[in-house]
Every structure is written in C-alpha cells, then in structure tokens.
Design a protein. Structure first.
Length: 164
C-alpha cells in the first residue's frame, strides 16, 4: 500500500475452496486495504458471492460464470438458477425469470430456449448468455442503488428471501 496503487485485487478465491473459506479470506483481507481505493476480487462468482462480497466491501468482480453457465444451459434468476435442459421446461411458456426485464425474458419462453439448447442451436448460447449477463448487471445495479439509498441491509434480506 505504500506504493499507492490505484486499486487492490484479491485473487485465488475461486479455485475449489468452499464459500465459507472464501468469505473468511475476504473478512481477513478487505479491512487491511484502503477503503478509498477500488477493491477487486478476481474470478468470483455466483450471485450470492457477489452480494456477500459487496456486503464485505468489494467494489468489483469478474468471472466466467454467467457466460460459461449460459453455454451449458444454466440460467440465473431472481429465485435461483435453473437448468433449461430439464424436461420440465418442454412446454413451459413462462419467461426464464418473470422478474427480469431483459430482451430474452420479454420475447422467449423457457420451452423455446430449451428447444434451441436441445437442438444444439448456437442461438441458445447467445440468448442464454444475453440473459445471464443482463441478470448480473441488473444485480450489481440494484446493489449500487441500495448502497446509495443506505438500504443495502434491506436489499440483502429481500435478495435471500427470493432464493429457493
């Protein structure tokens, strides 16, 4: 910190250890870093990991999770993740996430996205990725807004109440 970097990164927290160990490292490390500088956690993670990181003072994240999961048919929603490959979505006319306002949720059903995925249509990966990236961006925007309005604790309660 004597060098005065523009920001600080914590890495190596998503290489197989459990979430509790990852949070323990964040709990130990983040208080040692200057609060006025951006604090970045590399390679993390799930929506829950992002909420817990922000709760601890993390400013930035990066992760392949939303895109990799999308290519494999796993979609993130306000109530948790779903696997569009499952037969239960064969005739499901609902959007991926009824609480989402992305282009994909506004225009395509779970049944259609499952059909595309099962046919190995590249459009499935594209639409799934678009949804997952929108979900992650929206989640970060909601957290930023909650912090600005001094209601982040309430946001966390609401976030976890919706998870299944």
């Amino acid at each position: 910190m004597d060098i005065g970097f523009d920001g600080y990164a914590i890495g190596g927290l998503s290489v197989g250890e459990g979430a509790e160990q990852m949070y323990a490292v964040m709990d130990y490390t983040l208080p040692l870093l200057p609060q006025q500088q951006p604090r970045y956690v590399m390679g993390v993670g799930t929506p829950e990991n992002l909420v817990e990181g922000v709760r601890r003072g993390v400013d930035m994240f990066d992760c392949v999770m939303p895109t990799r999961n999308a290519r494999n048919g796993v979609l993130f929603t306000h109530t948790g993740k779903i696997s569009i490959k499952q037969a239960q979505y064969t005739d499901d006319s609902a959007p991926i996430d009824p609480h989402c306002d992305c282009y994909v949720c506004s225009n395509y059903s779970r049944a259609y996205l499952r059909h595309l995925f099962k046919c190995n249509e590249i459009l499935a990966s594209m639409l799934n990725t678009q949804h997952n990236l929108h979900y992650y961006l929206s989640l970060m925007e909601q957290m930023r807004s909650a912090i600005a309005q001094d209601r982040f604790a309430d946001f966390c309660v609401d976030f976890y109440a919706m998870r299944t």
